[in-house]
Design a binder for this molecule. Structure first.
Ligand SMILES: Nc1ncnc2c1ncn2[C@@H]1O[C@H](COP(=O)(O)OP(=O)(O)OP(=O)(O)O)[C@@H](O)[C@H]1O
Length: 261
């Protein structure tokens, strides 16, 4: 069974001046354990697509199925991680990590133990009683990831979670996130503007194009790159070739100014 199935999903935003087709007839399947990245020029509908998959935004038309079940609203099967960590400043790191469990009414000894395990794996065990302002941006994003994973979602939606970090922190966190997700067999969809990040982290890359938002191209990442963790993946044969190919797809769209129809 697929983890994600989008069947002819369209999303039209209507305001007083115009109707804008942010997604048009999107068909997409993501398999369990697969890591898929969505890339494409600004405004091509990446965030809209994630919002639809999360259940936060019911599509104008079409069907969204998560693990075989049609969804109309957010489900605990899906965890969402954003560019900003949105930690509560008045709660400790551990209390922040537990908030998803609290909201779902699933806070018990076992779930707390699991959250503590995740904090340790993320190198945060010694920081459990500190507050968010005492941590670096990279550490805060790690807390956000623990908070997301603590509720054991089957699917993770990652909306540019590394883009506000400095380059070195971003590379370290990519490795940490990739290995944690792989070890737990999680399925993930990543939105990014960074082509090399998409190649280094993914099994498959989907390039969207704007106006109307459609899938322009789908590319499988070669096995040798997929086997490696993101930092090492950047050194693998075929990486630069794939980068050039994806860069070309971007250029074509930007050249058209995204308004060719
Ligand atoms: N609530 C809304 N009302 C009207 N138009 C919207 C709304 N949300 C998004 N849009 C429009 O839909 C299009 C797709 O937006 P979306 O944020 O999904 O794109 P994106 O690919 O994630 O962009 P970026 O890379 O800049 O984050 C854009 O043209 C945007 O202006």
């Amino acid at each position: 069974m697929s983890m994600v199935e989008l069947e002819d999903v369209s999303q039209v935003y209507v305001n007083a001046k115009r109707a804008y087709v942010a997604l048009e007839q999107i068909r997409l399947t993501v398999n369990p354990g697969e890591f898929v990245s969505l890339i494409g020029p600004s405004g091509c509908g990446k965030t809209t697509l994630l919002s639809v998959v999360s259940g936060l935004l019911p599509p104008t038309s079409g069907t969204v199925r998560i693990a075989g079940e049609t969804i109309w609203k957010p489900t605990p099967k899906v965890g969402y991680m954003l560019q900003q960590d949105y930690l509560f400043p008045w709660r400790t790191i551990r209390e922040n990590a537990l908030i998803g469990l609290e909201l779902l009414g699933r806070l018990d000894a076992k779930s707390q133990e699991y959250a503590d395990e995740l904090l340790s794996e993320m190198g945060l065990a010694g920081h459990r009683d500190r507050y968010p302002h005492q941590l670096s941006g990279g550490m805060r994003q790690r807390v956000a990831l623990v908070r997301t994973l603590a509720t054991e979602p089957e699917l993770l939606l990652l909306d540019e979670p590394f883009s506000a970090l400095d380059y070195q922190t971003k590379l370290q966190l990519e490795d940490l996130v990739a290995s944690m997700l792989k070890a737990r067999g999680k399925t993930a969809i990543l939105v990014t503007h960074d082509i090399s990040e998409a190649i280094a982290m993914s099994d498959r890359i989907i390039v969207l194009r704007p106006n109307p938002g459609r899938i322009r191209q789908e590319l499988e990442v070669p096995e040798s790159i997929r086997q490696a963790l993101p930092l090492e993946a950047r050194e693998k044969e075929g990486f630069h070739e794939l980068f050039r190919q994806l860069w070309g797809a971007f250029e074509t769209e930007e050249g058209k100014g995204g308004t060719d129809e």
